[in-house]
Design a protein around this ligand. Structure first.
Ligand code: SAM
Length: 283
């Protein structure tokens, strides 16, 4: 099964206060884009948001949809950039509550599965940041369904936009398989306990799935940026160790410490990467 609503609650509904402690101030829960490597996580997240909004050509007055919008960090950036309307969908009720609390000008978000989403009007631009990894489970990938599940996502998105609309898309990737039992166990733990129902896609599957609906105009990978992002998340998590153990229990701290430590190794050793694509709907 693709990640269910219950799976999403496991991944994102621990507590908004918990994630606020170790993510950047706007709560992007995806790779930042470091330019020099010396900048803060906050600056690198802003850079990621700019790259994807530029890819989407989300200019002044545009109607933009963020598919899998998390706690609204990208919506907040789009609002500051002066788009006409910035809409988001998420499967997490806790995330939608946080977006409502922020009361960001021109922003609306709904708890809605992308499969059920029906826009009131067509959008000028789309963004989606590391949501697609929830659309195919390891069992479905073993059954050879990955490309068809991703293609259905890209097809559906193309029905929501005007001809010529652009899409700023980002996905985490699985590249290589580690060799040791411990590394395999740590990756399995991350998949089963932190992100149940999900699987990082292969780059070649995404490229096949995006076509024929979307033309790929640009594609860049940023493995080392994700390494830096997860290392900074881990550093901030550890700064708040006592508070986290007290408020959410030893198990939560230890699980998140193990998951983030595994991510740092995964990007360093090239088991995982991250891709950003500029797509255009030519229909
Ligand atoms: C890793 S989070 C990324 C959040 C946000 N894009 C960011 O950059 O912080 C993945 C997001 O995808 C959403 N999601 C997963 N499956 C979904 C689905 N079928 N329909 C809509 N949203 C979904 C989750 O609720 C979550 O908000």
């Amino acid at each position: 099964m693709t990640s269910t609503q219950r799976d999403i609650e496991v991944s994102y509904d621990v507590s908004n206060e918990f994630f606020r402690l170790w993510l950047d101030e706007n709560m992007h829960y995806t790779s930042a884009s470091y330019a020099s490597g010396e900048e803060t996580l906050e600056r690198a997240q802003e850079n990621k948001a700019r790259i994807l909004a530029d890819y989407a050509e989300a200019g002044g007055g545009a109607r933009v949809l963020d598919i899998g919008c998390g706690w609204g960090a990208m919506l907040e950036y789009l609002s500051r950039r002066g788009v006409g309307e910035a809409h988001g969908i998420t499967l997490s009720a806790a995330q939608a509550t946080e977006i409502e609390r922020r009361a960001i000008p021109s922003v609306k978000a709904w708890v809605c599965d992308y499969k059920d989403f029906v826009p009131q009007e067509k959008y000028d631009a789309l963004v989606s940041i590391e949501m697609i990894d929830h659309l195919c489970s390891p069992a479905q990938a073993r059954d050879g369904l990955a490309v068809s599940l991703y293609r259905e996502f890209f097809r559906k998105c193309s029905t929501w936009v005007k001809p010529g609309a652009c899409f700023g898309f980002q996905a985490i990737l699985r590249d290589k398989v580690p060799r040791t039992r411990k590394d395999l166990d740590d990756l399995q733990f991350t998949a089963d306990i932190i992100f149940p129902g999900g699987l990082n896609p292969r780059l070649e599957d995404l490229v096949m799935a995006a076509r024929p609906y979307w033309e790929i105009l640009d594609l860049r990978t940023q493995r080392t940026s994700y390494g830096r992002t997860t290392a900074e998340w881990l550093r901030r998590l550890r700064l708040h160790e006592n508070k986290i153990r007290l408020a959410w229990g030893d198990r939560t701290f230890e699980d998140y410490d193990r998951y983030l430590s595994t991510c740092v190794r995964a990007f360093e050793r090239e088991w995982s990467s991250d891709v950003q694509m500029k797509l255009r709907f030519n229909g």
